[in-house]
Design a protein around this ligand. Structure first.
Ligand SMILES: [Zn+2]
Length: 628
């Protein structure tokens, strides 16, 4: 906007009082524009710094993550917020797993009844890495436990199917097959064409724990083996065909030169090598053990041993104890589906399971803005995670590429917006009626570690925490489209959004559930109403190219403005938002591990991992959703 020149004013055919009015408000309009520019400058400064290479992608265990924490803490203090919260600091520290690997002293044997009366017990020694492997989500410990076959390890009320019905697995090692009954059966009571929410390892572990099992032994299901063998066989056949084709071509030459013969010899060697590779893979496909990391969950280990075991060995035990094969049991299960669970009488698993975990100290960063009046003991939380994937690894879309994943949208954008909301509220003349706690979470990408830690160790009681607003990936506003999850988690949230939004001009896309792949899930699991703001996914998601230049800073300013208004509305409302229980949406379920392992089992209560009581759907129902 420009000021009008005197001569321009003279030529305007406007009444004098209109001109005077214009003159009065023009500087005001200009101030508003300056103010917007200043907000955008601050947002850009924060996001640019947090997403700079200096901060190394803010991975767990990097110096960059600590620098980010210091930056956030510095801003909170600069705005005059209360930051002497944990031993005089804004840092809520705890230990997080940085890496997990199988220990060196894993040993396992299956010990069974003697073949002849008075003889020695049967003993099947398992070789680590060939016959069995601990899984990344395993705890460590000695085992000497009776074995029980528990089918697919599924308890599915709606489908009226329970592998544990009438089965006592207390203090036993349960043998569980991967996936679920009736696969590729269009009439399956489960998904049939894909895997249902009962298939993931985490779900099966929770279920085993609920039934008081003391260890879990996973093995491949017959369907999976057939599928992998068929696929591998195709590749093996293709390699063989290529070899035959090459040979046929060569035979057509009437008198090949020495050069041509030498070239052919080399080519044949390569092709034979290729056939051999597929030959080995074909053999392995018949009874593979999964990689250590296959089930995810390295950051949220269970209290009990979890191993993966070759099927052939368990088959031997099934035939010894039950006089039948695993395949026969699976076929019987499929016919109902009807569980075929039973103790593997006389057989025990004996050994030691060890997973080594390296830990690092990590921290949430917090700041408090106190409220005033009778509602001042109620708390509203505004949060955003500040960690990202660091140099890549398992959470990356390019897991084998070692490159800084700057995480500008995910989630430097959310932190920048969090800081701006904090600043605006801190500068308000009038105090809010409720307290606002600003939280920058760590370890989100490792499975909501920071938010999970906070709800277990809150600054102010969870019962008096009236709502949580989360921002994760708010830097890519396109066509005004803003996704707000959790719109049905409190009685009036959807209404509130509709009331506030018109002056902000977003195309709101409201999703009802409070469960999703970001930190709000930890709060919603504690029955706290949540709203989660998100500008949508994109092709740089969890890739090294999620860089500052791709951010829509104007969009971030608009999100900050909307969130600020919602914070004020909730903080000053007569009544606190009323929690409403909403079942998780059914995501495009399918995998056996939650999407990139970043969605933990938030439904556990106490030291173990039980699934009942907290949510209406299981954690696996969140599997397959986009992780933020
Ligand atoms: Zn994120």
């Amino acid at each position: 906007m420009r000021y009008l020149s005197k001569s321009a004013l003279a030529r305007l055919p406007l009444p004098v009082h209109v001109l005077l009015l214009l003159l009065a408000i023009l500087p005001g309009l200009n101030r508003a524009e300056d103010e917007r520019a200043a907000v955008e400058q601050r947002l850009a400064d924060s996001a640019r710094y947090l997403a700079s290479d200096e901060l190394e992608g803010r991975g767990i265990g990097t110096r960059g993550l600590d620098l980010a924490a210091e930056y956030i803490a510095g801003r909170f203090a600069q705005y005059g917020l209360k930051t002497e919260l944990f031993d005089g600091t804004p840092y809520q520290t705890f230990q997080a797993t940085t890496t997990a690997k199988p220990g060196e002293n894993n040993r396992l044997a299956f010990v069974g009844p003697p073949l002849e009366p008075g003889g020695d017990p049967q003993r099947i020694e398992l070789r680590q890495g060939e016959d069995f492997t601990p899984m990344a989500m395993s705890g460590s410990g000695h085992v000497d436990l009776g074995l029980v076959f528990a089918g697919y390890g599924i308890t599915a009320k709606k489908e009226n199917y329970d592998d544990y019905a009438g089965l006592d697995v207390a203090q036993k090692a349960v043998v569980i097959l991967r996936h679920e009954p009736q696969q590729a059966n269009p009439n399956s009571v489960f998904n049939g064409t894909n895997h249902s929410e009962h298939a993931p390892f985490v779900r099966k572990l929770s279920n085993a724990f609920e039934h008081k099992a003391a260890a879990v032994i996973f093995s491949n299901d017959q369907f999976e083996i057939r599928r992998t063998v068929a696929e591998t066989h195709k590749r093996w056949q293709a390699a063989l065909d290529e070899l035959a084709g090459e040979h046929a071509e060569f035979k057509k030459l009437e008198s090949p030169s020495l050069d041509e013969i030498e070239r052919e010899r080399k080519r044949m060697e390569e092709l034979i090598q290729q056939v051999n590779v597929w030959d080995d893979k074909l053999e392995a496909a018949a009874d593979p053990i999964l990689p250590f990391q296959a089930g995810g969950g390295e950051s949220q280990p269970r209290d009990f041993p979890v191993v993966f075991c070759r099927r052939a060995l368990l088959d031997r035990i099934a035939s010894s104890a039950l006089g039948t094969s695993l395949t026969a049991l699976e076929e019987q299960i499929d016919q109902g589906p009807a569980p075929q669970s039973r103790p593997l009488e006389g057989w025990r698993a004996v050994g030691d399971v060890e997973v080594q975990r390296e830990k690092a100290e990590v921290k949430n960063v917090a700041a408090v803005l106190e409220g005033e009046g009778p509602l001042a003991e109620e708390t509203l939380i505004v949060g955003a995670h500040y960690d990202h994937l660091g140099w890549g690894g398992p959470g990356s879309m390019l897991p084998d590429e070692k490159a800084i994943h700057n995480g500008a949208d995910d989630n430097a954008s959310g932190v920048a917006v969090l800081l701006e909301v904090a600043r605006t509220l801190a500068l308000r003349q009038e105090k809010l009626r409720r307290r606002v706690v600003f939280l920058a979470f760590t370890g989100e990408e490792r499975g909501l570690l920071g938010s999970g830690h906070y709800v277990a160790h809150p600054l102010f009681p969870v019962e008096n925490t009236v709502a949580m607003l989360n921002m994760d990936m708010v830097g890519r506003l396109r066509d005004d489209k803003l996704i707000v999850a959790g719109s049905s988690t409190a009685g009036r949230f959807a209404e509130l959004l509709d009331e506030v939004n018109p002056s902000h001009g977003f195309q709101l896309s409201k999703t009802p559930s409070g469960f999703g792949p970001s930190d709000h899930t930890a709060f919603y699991a504690r029955k706290i109403p949540v709203l989660h703001f998100f500008t949508g996914s994109h092709s740089e998601y969890h890739r090294p190219g999620d860089d500052f230049q791709t951010l829509n800073v104007v969009g971030m300013r608009r999100v900050a403005s909307l969130v600020t208004e919602i914070v004020v509305a909730i903080a000053n409302a007569e009544k606190r938002p009323e929690y409403v229980s909403v079942a998780p949406e059914r995501g495009p379920a399918g995998g056996e591990r939650p999407y990139f392992g970043s969605i933990p089992d938030f439904t556990h209560s106490g030291p173990g991992y039980a699934i009942s009581g907290v949510t209406e759907g299981g954690p696996a129902q969140r599997a397959g959703l986009l992780a933020g």
